[in-house]
Design a protein around this ligand. Structure first.
Ligand SMILES: C[S@@+](CC[C@H](N)C(=O)[O-])C[C@H]1O[C@@H](n2cnc3c(N)ncnc32)[C@H](O)[C@@H]1O
Length: 314
């Protein structure tokens, strides 16, 4: 499937919602607008779709049903007490197909690509929750800046193994380590000194934390970032298809779920991001991307919602 195709990663008949692979659809705004509702089934996808009360109520109705059968208390403890284990299993089972062409990175986070230019000068980038390196490698392979250093950190040792074993892993510019973003002892990833980082990237990682871990995570970010350093954030938005699709025995807490593979996921609103990060960092931008995917055969409408933000350290 072409990476320029806005339905990339979401098949016509069944979106692969139980896997992270292939779900990182391009994030380019403004490709196709739905001006006339009657045209909705003429294309597979529409960008920047407005939501009215009707869509919100429909989503809330589905979420209300999830409360009838939440995750049992015993299982909750299981998933919340050892999240790294489930990510490890995930990376053990999914060793391939991670590397998509993340063109949206360049479009949405231009500062990242500025940093890879030959004459940019010294820059330290850290990707937290780097997984198999879907963001780290596109940066590394196009880097022309000999003063760039990039650290990938992830809670899963199998993910870090995949990063280190990748043929594009270049120890001259990159390092990778196992590290817990939510660790309350404010231990930083190996090779990261306090207040030394220019750019932190967090792509679909904050959602893997439970709300009671957000504060420690923010403290870790604060400790790492240089004054004037930036956090580049992208994650799931409230009422995304992946949230409303959850059925029985998946709800851990409000807007927080466990997937079939044991990994956890939270769905944020813009206001929540303001609350979580705004206490400590300056908000440079927060935006919501709403994309409507259409299954023309089944005449189904599916809404994807992602949040993107940039914060700056004081
Ligand atoms: C949905 S995946 C996203 C991976 C990668 N950022 C990407 O965009 O492809 C979430 C990642 O966060 C990692 N993760 C979950 N909890 C974490 C934590 N507390 N500290 C560091 N990484 C964590 C998982 O191991 C997993 O690799």
């Amino acid at each position: 499937m072409s990476k320029a195709d806005p339905t990339a990663g979401v098949s016509e008949t069944k979106p692969p919602l139980d896997s992270r692979i292939g779900r990182d659809d391009p994030f380019t705004f403004g490709q196709r607008y739905l001006n006339n509702e009657e045209d909705v089934f003429k294309h597979n996808a529409w960008d920047h779709v407005e939501w009215g009360d009707e869509q919100v109520m429909e989503a809330q109705e589905k979420i209300k049903k999830q409360y009838e059968a939440p995750v049992r208390e015993f299982d909750k403890n299981l998933y919340n007490s050892q999240p790294a284990k489930y990510w490890d299993i995930f990376y053990r089972n999914n060793k391939e197909n991670f590397f998509k062409d993340r063109k949206w990175l360049q479009i949405e986070f231009p500062s990242l690509y500025e940093a890879t230019k030959e004459d940019y000068g010294p820059v330290k980038i850290v990707e937290l929750g780097c997984g198999a390196g879907n963001t780290l490698f596109p940066i590394l392979t196009q880097n022309k800046n000999k003063d760039l250093s990039i650290v990938g950190a992830d809670y899963s040792k199998n993910a870090i193994k995949l990063v280190k074993e990748n043929e594009d892993f270049d120890p001259q510019y990159a390092s990778a380590c196992v590290w817990d973003l939510s660790n309350p002892d404010l231990e930083l990833p190996e090779g990261v000194e306090p207040h030394s980082v220019d750019i932190i990237i967090m792509v679909f990682v904050f959602s893997a934390l439970s709300p009671d871990q957000w504060d420690s995570a923010v403290k870790n970010l604060e400790k790492m970032l240089k004054p004037g350093g930036h956090i580049l954030f992208r994650d799931y938005g409230r009422y995304d298809l992946a949230q409303v699709r959850f059925k029985k025995n998946r709800l851990l807490d409000d807007n927080f779920y466990v997937r079939g593979d044991g990994t956890r996921v939270y769905f944020f609103t813009e206001e929540e991001l303001r609350e979580i990060f705004g206490k400590v960092f300056k908000e440079k931008e927060i935006g919501t991307d709403r994309r409507l995917l259409v299954n023309r055969k089944k005449q189904l409408k599916m809404y994807r919602i992602w949040l993107q933000a940039v914060f700056e350290s004081a």
